[in-house]
Design a protein around this ligand. Structure first.
Ligand SMILES: Nc1ncnc2c1ncn2[C@@H]1O[C@H](COP(=O)(O)OP(=O)(O)OP(=O)(O)O)[C@@H](O)[C@H]1O
Length: 544
């Protein structure tokens, strides 16, 4: 018999059809609702009534609280999905842009401030006056979880954890270098049972990122000093304005053929699958410095809507393992670019420090002067391996094709080789018109005739496009002076080269005459010293 029955003087019910309600929680299970009502009635007149009422009320509140928590936890487990975006993975950029566009940062109370940076496209710019060019950016840390609505769903964002195990205070934009170098994770929780919502969200972040970057080519760089953990090798992002293919001056057909080849490759994935051939294609652009190899690759990537993943084998911390990880983390339709690929083969230490045109290379400024830690077999594995399949384009550049191992050059690894050369007359003419288009210089009578004068003043096969560009930059608004001044500039440049050749010859004779003790100067160092001593004269001539 229950206490309640005793108090009422009743027999216990013979047919308890329903078992008592058993809500979760300890208090609720010990007191039935009916008991509570009767007890309240009995005690309403008693001395302890008010105190017990309070006690009961407290118990009810606690039970309610536990019930609510239990329900939330149950819902949390069953009705939400969480995904993690890890810094170093390309998708991290997508989510950060998305959060900025959704204005989630508005509820943030903690920001990291940094100077405006062209590498970042979506930090919060807090300048109140729109006419003032913001020179500082505020990056929310998202350390405190924040809720926002997206397409009618509740979404929670928080940032914690640190793949590198370090401090997370550097914020979600903790890029390497002067901005701090810690990795971070952004967690997104969507409160829904429908898994499709999550994939829709991720797809939307990706599409928005592509849309924002439409005018740019996105270049992912790998800074191996900032390992964020396995697979996180692409730590820095650069955005370059897309360059039209037509702005690259090359002999007729070079660019068109490359473009056609790459487009066909991207459109024929099924053919590769059916033929059982890995869907990958390799290109090697080779030739003297400053002839447009890198510019071509950037322009192609822009035209084909591909993101570039660029690394240099010259970096001391890029070894076979790093290269493998970096290549295998490139998404489908990413373009892997390895510049100065020749540095993976032989040390230049025993070379004479001159490039293939007899020009000295300055130590430390050119990748090819540095011995790479990557081995040939490591490189071939990456080009052949899984990391380079799945619709990936592989581009390599070199100034020294003769130094490449034939194993690298075989079809299947390098499918197309494109030679770049020094400027011939038609390209000098075209370069002049690129600098001084008739549309921008309508008052300049006979701009085409000036271009012809310019081209006639440039001896074919002597200068790179970059060198001529350097000269023309000194005459931005004066095409006449540029056209008529080029001959004098050419003469001075050639004279300087001859003087450099003479000095090199004399030095070699001196070196041959006396025995060397110790290490002496490294190759190219003596040339670098020569360059420094003659630099002011060259610079003055270079700017016209
Ligand atoms: N053929 C060209 N047409 C137009 N501009 C060019 C051309 N070649 C070089 N340039 C200009 O010269 C500069 C350097 O070019 P780029 O980096 O593409 O040369 P590169 O061949 O890759 O040199 P390196 O072998 O030293 O890497 C760029 O500013 C580019 O605009």
């Amino acid at each position: 018999m229950s206490i309640l029955d005793k108090i009422r003087g009743r027999q216990p019910s013979k047919s308890p059809e329903q078992p008592p309600l058993q809500p979760p929680g300890h208090v609720a299970s010990s007191l039935g609702l009916r008991s509570i009502g009767v007890t309240l009635g009995l005690l309403s007149h008693s001395y302890l009534g008010s105190s017990l009422k309070l006690l009961l009320l407290g118990s009810l509140v606690e039970t309610g609280r536990r019930l609510f928590r239990w329900l939330i936890e149950r819902f949390g487990i069953r009705f939400s999905t969480t995904i993690r975006f890890t810094q170093g993975d390309p998708s991290y950029e997508w989510i950060v842009l998305f959060l900025t566009q959704e204005n989630v940062w508005r509820r943030s109370r903690e920001f990291v401030v940094s100077a405006s940076n062209s590498r970042r496209k979506w930090a919060v710019r807090a300048a109140t006056d729109a006419t003032v060019k913001a020179n500082a950016e505020y990056v929310p840390t998202y350390k405190t979880p924040q809720l926002f609505r997206w397409r009618g769903y509740w979404v929670e964002v928080k940032r914690n954890g640190n793949a590198a195990g370090g401090d997370v205070d550097a914020g979600p934009y903790a890029y390497p270098g002067p901005y701090g170098g810690e990795a971070g994770n952004i967690y997104i929780t969507v409160y829904t049972l429908d898994m499709n919502v999550l994939s829709d969200l991720v797809e939307e972040t990706r599409l928005r990122y592509l849309e924002v970057n439409r005018p740019n080519v996105v270049i992912h760089l790998s800074d191996s000093n900032n390992h964020y953990g396995p697979g996180q090798t692409w730590t820095t992002v650069k955005h370059k304005i897309r360059r039209p293919l037509s702005s690259i001056i090359l002999p007729p057909g070079v660019i068109d053929t490359l473009m056609q080849d790459a487009t066909e490759f991207l459109e024929t994935e099924n053919w590769y699958i059916e033929a059982g051939i890995p869907h990958r294609r390799g290109y090697l652009l080779h030739g003297p410095p400053g002839t447009g190899k890198t510019s071509t690759i950037y322009a192609l990537a822009g035209a084909l809507n591909l993101e570039i993943y660029s690394l240099s084998l010259a970096s001391h911390s890029v070894d076979d393992g790093f290269l493998q990880r970096a290549a295998s983390s490139i998404p489908k339709h990413g373009l892997l670019l390895i510049e100065d690929i020749d540095c993976a083969f032989a040390s230049r230490d025993d070379e004479d420090g001159d490039d293939e045109r007899g020009m000295p290379r300055i130590l430390g400024t050119h990748g090819s002067t540095t011995r790479s830690k990557v081995t040939l077999s490591g490189l071939l594995n990456v080009i052949d391996g899984v990391g380079s399949e799945e619709g990936k384009l592989f581009f390599a550049t070199t100034n020294y094709i003769d130094r490449l191992d034939p194993a690298l050059l075989r079809p299947g690894r390098i499918d197309r080789k494109v030679a770049y050369g020094l400027i011939a007359s038609p390209q000098a003419h075209a370069l002049f018109l690129r600098f001084f288009p008739a549309a921008r210089f309508p008052t300049e009578k006979g701009i085409d005739a000036l271009a012809a004068t310019f081209a006639a003043g440039v001896p074919p096969g002597e200068f790179s496009a970059a060198e001529l560009q350097g000269f023309l930059q000194g005459y931005k608004t004066r095409p006449g002076e540029a056209a008529h001044g080029v001959r004098a500039w050419v003469d001075a440049e050639l004279e300087e080269r001859q003087a450099r050749d003479r000095r090199r010859k004399e030095r070699r004779q001196r070196q041959a005459a006396k025995p060397r003790f110790g290490l002496g100067l490294l190759p190219g160092e003596d040339e670098a010293i020569d360059q420094i001593t003659t630099a002011p004269a060259v610079a003055a001539e270079g700017t016209g």
